[in-house]
Design a protein around this ligand. Structure first.
Ligand SMILES: [Zn+2]
Length: 318
């Protein structure tokens, strides 16, 4: 039998808070699950949803009753998940207006309704203000879970109306123990995954299921190491590889960020071994900043590969 949150690793305090509210059947009107991508926020929200609606008296969620099954299948009429639509980069205000209309309707199955809004950090101010209206006039029996990769772009007026649960990546030692226990990985593979995901366990589990992600990263690291050592023609090999593997631009920038952050950490730990003629702390910091800029600027995304080439060419500058 799987217990509540048994497949959610780390973030123990959050699990305790949520389990207690299920036990006491006392729920906040609004929660905010905030933390970096890949820290199992959505999985936690769905697990919490099941426990909230489960028909079993003890050992919720049972994963067998009609309520649990409907949530697993994604067709529970009182559990609504709002996410960015395909080809969109943000939650639209029309989606929030739809939710506002729906919220006044009675629940179909019981006496509760749940709305999970994923990727809240993508919402513009108009959409956020619509959410704020909902939060200001809470409907009884309605619970809203906002899920966000970062709190920084969420209006303070929204934050003040939510119970905030912060999700953090896992420290290295517990990460390695967890990967051994859950996936039977050896220490070397676990350490590699820790570097790849920076301790984000949801992302690591995903990478175990999708080995091509690990291969892509390994390949990018090997090309980048050559570039960092002065073999600049490899900048174009990187572009070629990315194109061949049909990797999304955003994934490439993620891998580059991880590469440069790990490099920075290496240099800080042991300057002699990781420093090359071409990479130093200032240059790396500058590159990291530029990559984050790329990721937040959707207009630049149009010719991201060219931008990346230009950025990497700067490594050879004095
Ligand atoms: Zn159940």
């Amino acid at each position: 039998m799987i217990e509540m949150f048994e497949e959610i690793y780390g973030n123990e305090i959050n699990k305790e808070i949520l389990a207690k509210s299920v036990e006491e059947k006392k729920f906040s009107h609004a929660y905010l699950f905030a933390g970096p991508k890949g820290t199992q926020k959505m999985k936690t929200a769905l697990e919490f949803a099941m426990s909230m609606f489960c028909r079993e008296e003890t050992d919720k969620p049972c994963r067998k009753c009609s309520q649990c099954i409907k949530i697993i299948k994604g067709n529970h009429p009182d559990v609504h998940i709002i996410e960015t639509l395909e080809d969109a980069t943000s939650i639209k205000i029309s989606q929030i207006r739809g939710m506002q209309k729906n919220i006044s309707l009675k629940p179909y199955e019981g006496d509760m309704k749940l709305y999970i809004i994923n990727q809240c950090e993508t919402m513009g101010d108009p959409a956020q203000n619509s959410i704020l209206k909902v939060l200001e006039e809470p409907e009884s029996g309605t619970v809203i879970i906002l899920v966000a990769n970062s709190k920084s772009s969420i209006l303070p007026t929204i934050l003040s109306r939510c119970q905030i649960l912060n999700f953090a990546p896992m420290p290295q030692e517990s990460f390695i123990k967890t990967m051994k226990k859950v996936k039977n990985l050896n220490e070397e593979d676990s350490r590699f995954l820790f570097h790849l995901t920076q301790g984000k366990i949801g992302e690591a589990l995903d990478a175990v299921e999708n080995p091509e992600k690990q291969e892509n990263y390994k390949m990018i690291v090997s090309i980048m190491d050559k570039i960092a050592n002065g073999n600049f023609e490899n900048i174009f090999n990187l572009s070629k590889f990315v194109k061949e593997r049909k990797m999304a631009d955003i994934a490439v920038t993620d891998y580059l960020l991880i590469y440069f952050r790990n490099k920075l950490e290496e240099i800080l730990k042991n300057e002699a071994c990781a420093n090359t003629d071409y990479l130093n702390i200032e240059k790396i910091n500058d590159i990291i900043e530029k990559i984050i800029d790329f990721q937040s600027n959707t207009k630049i995304n149009l010719n991201m590969s060219l931008q990346i080439e230009n950025l990497l060419l700067r490594i050879q500058e004095e």
